[in-house]
Ligand binder design. Structure first.
Ligand code: AMP
Ligand code: MN
Ligand code: MN
Ligand code: MN
Length: 284
């Protein structure tokens, strides 16, 4: 991967630590995501597929009864603790997919037909259901499928039985990785609850907070910066790219990490040669 200049001319870190491939709910295979990231000027990246490993990870977890996401960077894909954590989530996802199917059917949506498409995936997510519903003509786009059925408070929403936050952080630590609280402003929490989440994340062994995320306003970035600094967390940057067709989530199209925040990547030194440590062939 070459150290090309970031598209658009704006100052960028050339880092993207939150990307999805077909190993979870992204549309490109891992090598395709890495190639796209390289084309977009990214020099250091991590594939962070939901509840799987290639070679970063995004683990779903529960905190005070809500779902939060924890990105694990630098994990050893062969670590038993990670395999255990992923196994628990795979089982929870398969059980949940059946319940989503039933609720969709009851709500008058083609749940059984969508499930037939979704169940071929070892880690079925709501994103897979959303795409299946679009393919079946039941929604114009995935966003509409969430709005009508899959989103919070909608008929096919099924509470997720994820393991607790401390289990996710512990599994990432036991696998040699660094835990990052993903997209901290996406959770429906009061400011006080969000600060408490960041504080507990740090106290439980978490390292960093995703300060710069895809599609974020500068005001949101300032809020996330304050959260990280207050909790003593380092900062990560990640687009959460799932699909290159969504331009606001393209790999590396991200603001620079504010100077006040310690970059989580100080342990993986970004240099012109850094990305060569993760050649695309190894990810295919
Ligand atoms: P799950 O982990 O199965 O609950 O699925 C969560 C995933 O669904 C997230 O990681 C997003 O990629 C996607 N998602 C959540 N809400 C929306 C939405 N409103 N529109 C499109 N995708 C969404
Ligand atoms: Mn996702
Ligand atoms: Mn997430
Ligand atoms: Mn994600």
């Amino acid at each position: 991967m070459s150290a090309s200049v970031a598209a658009g001319g704006a100052a960028r870190d050339g880092v993207d630590f939150h990307l999805h491939s077909t190993c979870s709910d992204g549309v490109l295979p891992p090598a395709g995501v890495v190639a796209l990231a390289a084309n977009c000027g990214v020099r250091l990246c991590s594939l962070t597929d939901h509840d799987t490993v290639v070679p970063g990870v995004e683990l779903s977890a529960r905190w005070q009864g809500r779902t939060v996401h924890v990105v694990g960077l630098g994990v050893d894909p062969a670590a038993p603790a990670l395999a255990t954590a992923i196994g628990a989530r795979g089982e929870a996802r398969r059980v949940r997919a059946e319940r989503i199917r039933d609720r969709l059917d009851r709500a008058g949506a083609p749940g059984t037909a969508a499930y037939a498409r979704v169940a071929v995936h070892p880690l079925p997510t709501r994103t897979h259901f959303a795409r299946a519903l679009v393919e079946l003509g039941a929604a114009a786009d995935p966003g509409q499928a969430f709005e009508r059925w899959l989103g919070r408070g909608k008929p096919a929403q099924v509470p997720s039985e994820w393991p607790e936050l401390d289990e996710a952080i512990g599994a990432i630590a036991a696998s040699g990785g660094v835990a990052v609280l993903a997209h901290p402003l996406r959770y429906v929490l009061s400011n006080g609850q969000r600060r408490e989440l960041a504080r507990q994340f740090r106290a439980t062994g978490g390292h960093a907070l995703e300060v710069v995320t895809g599609g974020q306003s500068s005001q949101q970035r300032e809020l996330a910066t304050g959260l990280a600094l207050r909790a003593g967390l380092e900062g990560s940057v990640g687009s959460d790219c799932h699909d290159p067709a969504l331009p606001w989530h393209r790999p590396g199209r991200l603001a620079k990490l504010p100077e006040a925040v310690i970059p989580v990547w100080h342990r993986w030194q970004v240099s012109g040669a850094a990305a060569a440590a993760v050649p695309p062939d190894d990810l295919a």
